[in-house]
Write a protein that binds this ligand. Sequence first.
Ligand SMILES: Nc1ncnc2c1ncn2[C@@H]1O[C@H](COP(=O)(O)OP(=O)(O)OP(=O)(O)O)[C@@H](O)[C@H]1O
Length: 708
Amino acid sequence: MTTLAQVCWSLPQLPGALTALASRMDWPAASSSITTPPANHAQTADFGAWLDWAARRLGIDADETETAIAELEPVLRQAGPALVRYLDGGESRFVVLLAGGRPGKLNALGPDLRKHRLDVSQLRDALCTEQERALTPEVDALLHHAGIAAARVARTRKALLNERLAARTVAGIWLFRLPPETDFMRQMRDHGLFRRTLATLAVFAALYLLEIAGWWLIGRGALQGRLDPGWLSAWGLVLAALIVLRLLGGWLGGTLAIRGVMLLKRRLLAGALQMPSETIRSQGVGQLLGRMMESAALEFLAVNGAITVPIACLELLLAAVVLHSGAGGWLHVALLAVCCVVAIRLGRRLLRCLRNWTGTRLELAHDLIEQMVGHRTRLAQHAPESRHDREDQLLARYLPVSREFDAAVAAINGLLPRGWLLLGIAGFVPAIIGGGADALQLAIGLGGVLLGYRAIAEISANLPGFAQAVVAWRQIAPIFNAAGPTEVPSTFHTPARHQDSAKPSAVILEARELMFHYRPQGAAVLNGCGLKLAHGDRVLLKGSSGSGKSTLAALLCGLRQPDSGLLLLHGLDKAAWGVQAWRRTVAAAPQFHENYIFSAPFAFNLLMGRRWPPTWEDLQEAEQVCLGLGLGDLLERMPAGLMQMVGETGWRLSHGERSRVFLARTLLQEAHVIILDESFGALDPETLGQCLTYVMQRAPALVVIAHP
Ligand SMILES: Nc1ncnc2c1ncn2[C@@H]1O[C@H](COP(=O)(O)OP(=O)(O)OP(=O)(O)O)[C@@H](O)[C@H]1O
């Protein structure tokens, strides 16, 4: 039996373990090199940050999961590929899990680079050892007190420990998953979508063939007067098989849709988060919201019709084969082809109408949101009689377009299936008049017409949804394509902490000859701009409105990239740091109108730049910072204190309170450089004095943008 010691890896061996796993799994950047994790691995956050970096170097995501001990075994069985950390005599040990496994067994990659089967209970016990050890004296005391017989002590102790531990959680399991920005085909392949599509189509093809066989059995038996028990039982068997196949096809199609939608949603979310801020700004909330609503059309199609339309096309092909062998022969096939041509033309018309309708609808949605956001301004400044002029104009444009779209849908739903029935019946006329067809051929022809009717009815019902998805795709493709691989620095940097930068006079941030344009042809907003910031520096940046102060702040904190010039943080550029580490080290509070209080607990609004959920120490520090910024009174007044819901739907903070939350949020980021962009404007002189003193005490290096 494989023991845990045979498959475990030590901390220095981890880079080797991960690269071996990467090449085994064919991860997108499997050949990238990774450095050894920080020696001080007891700090979980540091190790997590290293693993996150190492996984991203190899082209994968590492998601840490925390699981209840009661659920641990099933979670471990489903986890691979994954990394599990446990403690052995105070030392961290790691197990690399591969996908798959048998009941009760895990597939683990050992240091000999071979696959081993490991009992899941061994790993579970190793993960729970520490917690079990802490509980054992208490449980033993209970057993002693209850006078449990010596022979039963071990079993009872185990049962009691299991019960006590069930609700506790275990951390240290990292699941490796392809990131949503990976090539979509690769993701579909890895999630088995191609295999499932083929299996679904194969099941439906078998289903239709069986259906035809069923007709053939019953039709031939009836026409030849041979409906004996043997024929009937064969027909019954075919019907039973049809039910099973239909259930199987439905299940396959359903799971295919759910997996497809999940992948699509992850990708869209990743794309939305990676969209350049300039694109987001230039499109406005309304348009973007409209686009995201469009994605619902794609989802609806995936769940309801993505597989139905191809299956209906398959059915149509079968109908053509059956019709060809029936009384109508080639005439029926030709009539079916005519029906398909009409369907294509109607489909194209529908697509055109839908594009117009969607464009107008999105414009309407965008306008509505603009009106809602600016409602108070409109109430105060817009003459009441002309307040709804624009809405009226948009509605006047929307109504005819909407009517045209409805007519196109009605034409497809009403005309196509019924039209085919008429054509199908007309296709029998020459055979009946000529008298060349026997009853069997007529029956086959009729079966073909009905099969074609079912397929055409299915296509017509799903065509509007299909067209909607095509149009929606044009809307959301930019979001889908915005998700791309992010640059991962070649070396790992331990997350920033105040004390790391605390060497007096050490230069933290240096900018030389920075140049920046918002538009390639426009004038430079910054030209030849330089700055040197050392630990303990306090810099006031002032200048006329529009002179580029906020732009410089955006360059320094890594929100924007300079067109030319040199920007170094602790002597390294942004490529070496990676965007995330850079932005953790240089924190900026945007101007008031660009900052936001989220509808969430007050503590979330304070600590969102550090981590969430918070540790106990985070909450204590957040409270201290609030006291330092004069928010202690507010904390006392809010019934739930730090956990009070604030924002649009919660406790409404005053202008000055908001500005101090923005200050606290930035200070709590543990950055080396703090940049405050006009953060004190809303404060009365006394509070301003208190906040400025506190910020000066706390910030390792400070840049204040202000109009003093
Ligand atoms: N996204 C943008 N696209 C084009 N031009 C922009 C953009 N953002 C800012 N600008 C322009 O760049 C110039 C510098 O803007 P910036 O916000 O940096 O000035 P500022 O010194 O911070 O001004 P203020 O003191 O008024 O806040 C301004 O002329 C502004 O209109």
